[in-house]
Design a protein around this ligand. Structure first.
Ligand SMILES: [Zn+2]
Length: 437
C-alpha cells in the first residue's frame, strides 16, 4: 500500500498535443464570449511527475515522450460531485419517484454490498466506468457497509485518482442489512478516517444518506465528527422531492426547513456537498452562502425521477456554489456531457440559457474550487495534477456537419457539448498516466 508521498506510477514526462480548453475564472451567465475561457488550439500540454508543468505552441524537444491528439479536444477531466457507486446496478429503472425508487430498486441493490467480494468487484467496475465516461474525480456514496467504503478507497488508490467518499450513515427507515447504529457507525468512521483521509489523493466524507434515514442522535454524531476532524468533507441529499420535503418536516418539526436539519446538527461548512437543493427558499440559500456549502446539481436525475427544475441562478445569485453531478443511478448516465445537456434543458424550461462555458466550468474548475481542490484539479494550470481527457470533436456525420458550420468558438463547443457523449472520448489520463478505457 502506498502513502501520501507516493501516488502510484506517476509518469515521468509526457507531452500531449491537441486543442486545449479550460477556464481561468468563472464565466458570467449568458456570455458566449468570455475572457475567462482559455482556448489554445494545437498546443502541447507538458506533464512531469504526474503534474502539468506548462503548455506551448511549439513541439517539445526530442527528450519528451509524446502522444499526438492533434485535431482533438483536451479538457481537464470532469469532476462528478454526487454519484452512487452501487447504483450502477439500478440505472435506468422504471416508474418511480424518489421514495419508492429507494425502496423498490436502490436498497435491494445496496444490500448486496455487504459481501466483500461484491463490493470490491463493484468498486472496480464503477471507477473504470467513470474513466470511460470522461470523469477523473468524484464525490461518491458507497453503502452503509464499511467494507464497501474500504473497497472504494482501495480501488481509487490503485488507480491514483482523486476520490472523496465515506461510509453511508443510516440508522432508521431502511430495511434489514442496511441499518447501522450510532456507536458502530462512529467507530467505523473513525477507523476509516484514520487510515484513508489524506492518504494519497483520497479524502473522507461524513456521508449522511439523507435526514429521514438518520436519527437525531446519529446526525449529532455526524456533526461532531465534522467538528473533531477539520478538513473532512460532508455529503448528503437535500430538498430533492416534494414528498421527501414533507416527510422531513414531519420528522423534524423543530427545524425551520430541510436544510436547517443539517445546519442544526453542525453539518454545513465549506466542505459540505448537498445534492439537489431543488426545493429551497431564500433563507436556505443564504445559509448555504454563509456556510460555504455547495449544491451538487443533478439534472439528469432530477428529470428522470421527476423531482423538479433546479433554480441555478437563484442559488448563484444568493452566493451559493453550484457544481454538476450525474447522481447515477437516479441519473441515467455517468457522462457529464449528458448531465450538461440536461442542465441546459432544465434552465431552458426555467427561461434561462446556460452557456457551454458556464456548464463546462461547473463540471471542471468550478467544482474543484467548490471542493477546495482548485490547486489540484479542474484546470490545465501548471502545478495541477494531469487529470485530463481527450475528446473527439464529433462522432458521426451529423455532428461532423454541424461542427463544420460553427461560426465561432462557443457555437462549436456548445454543439460538441450538446451532441457529444462518452462515444466521443478518445483518452483519459489520470496523474499523467493513460487509463485503460
Ligand atoms: Zn443521490
Amino acid at each position: 500500500m502506498t502513502t501520501s508521498s507516493a501516488t502510484p506510477g506517476l509518469a515521468l514526462r509526457l507531452a500531449l498535443r491537441g486543442d486545449l480548453l479550460d477556464f481561468t475564472g468563472a464565466p458570467e451567465w449568458g456570455a458566449t464570449a468570455s475572457p475567462v475561457v482559455r482556448f489554445r488550439p494545437d498546443h502541447w500540454l507538458m506533464i512531469e511527475g504526474g503534474r502539468i508543468v506548462g503548455a506551448q505552441a511549439e513541439a517539445p524537444d526530442a527528450s519528451w515522450p509524446r502522444h499526438d491528439h492533434s485535431g482533438q479536444l483536451i479538457l481537464p477531466g470532469f469532476i462528478d460531485t454526487h454519484v452512487h457507486s452501487p447504483q450502477l446496478d439500478v440505472i435506468a429503472s422504471y416508474g418511480t419517484e424518489l421514495l419508492d425508487w429507494l425502496n423498490t430498486y436502490t436498497f435491494p441493490a445496496e444490500q448486496r454490498y455487504a459481501d466483500v467480494a461484491e463490493a470490491e468487484a463493484g468498486a472496480a467496475r464503477f471507477l473504470d466506468a467513470l474513466f470511460a465516461h470522461g470523469t477523473t474525480s468524484a464525490v461518491v456514496f458507497p453503502t452503509v457497509h464499511k467494507a464497501s467504503t474500504e473497497a472504494l478507497f482501495a480501488a481509487a488508490q490503485a488507480r491514483g485518482m482523486r476520490l472523496i467518499t465515506g461510509k453511508v450513515l443510516m440508522d432508521r427507515h431502511a430495511p434489514d442489512g442496511l441499518r447501522d447504529t450510532v456507536a458502530q457507525a462512529e467507530l467505523d468512521c473513525t477507523d476509516l478516517i484514520g487510515r484513508w483521509h489524506g492518504n494519497g489523493r483520497l479524502a473522507f466524507a461524513v456521508t449522511v444518506r439523507f435526514a429521514p434515514t438518520s436519527s437525531p442522535e446519529q446526525l449529532a454524531m455526524a456533526g461532531a465528527l465534522c467538528q473533531a476532524h477539520p478538513g473532512l468533507y460532508m455529503q448528503t441529499h437535500v430538498a430533492e422531492n416534494r414528498d421527501e420535503v414533507r416527510w422531513v418536516k414531519e420528522l423534524f418539526p423543530e427545524a425551520r426547513s430541510y436544510l436547517d436539519v443539517y445546519a442544526r446538527a453542525g453539518l454545513l461548512g465549506t466542505r459540505s456537498v448537498l445534492a439537489h437543493g431543488i426545493w429551497l427558499d431564500d433563507d436556505d440559500r443564504a445559509a448555504l452562502r454563509e456556510s460555504g456549502a455547495q449544491i451538487a446539481h443533478s439534472p439528469s436525475s432530477n428529470l428522470f425521477l421527476g423531482s423538479g427544475l433546479f433554480d441555478w441562478r437563484a442559488a448563484e445569485a444568493a452566493g451559493a456554489a453550484v457544481s454538476v453531478a450525474t447522481d447515477v443511478g437516479g441519473g441515467t448516465s455517468l457522462c457529464q456531457l449528458r448531465s450538461l445537456q440536461d442542465a441546459y434543458k432544465i434552465q431552458a424550461l426555467r427561461g434561462e440559457r446556460l452557456t457551454a462555458w458556464k456548464a463546462l466550468h461547473a463540471a471542471t474548475r468550478g467544482a474543484a474550487e467548490a471542493l477546495s481542490l482548485g490547486d489540484e484539479i479542474g484546470s490545465l494550470e501548471p502545478g495541477r495534477m494531469a487529470d485530463v481527457c481527450v475528446w473527439d470533436w464529433a462522432a458521426g456525420p451529423v455532428a461532423q456537419r454541424r461542427l463544420s458550420l460553427a461560426r465561432d468558438l462557443h457555437e462549436k463547443v456548445f454543439a460538441w457539448m450538446t451532441l457529444g457523449d462518452e462515444r466521443n472520448l478518445a483518452a483519459t489520463y489520470v496523474a499523467g498516466l493513460r487509463a485503460p478505457v
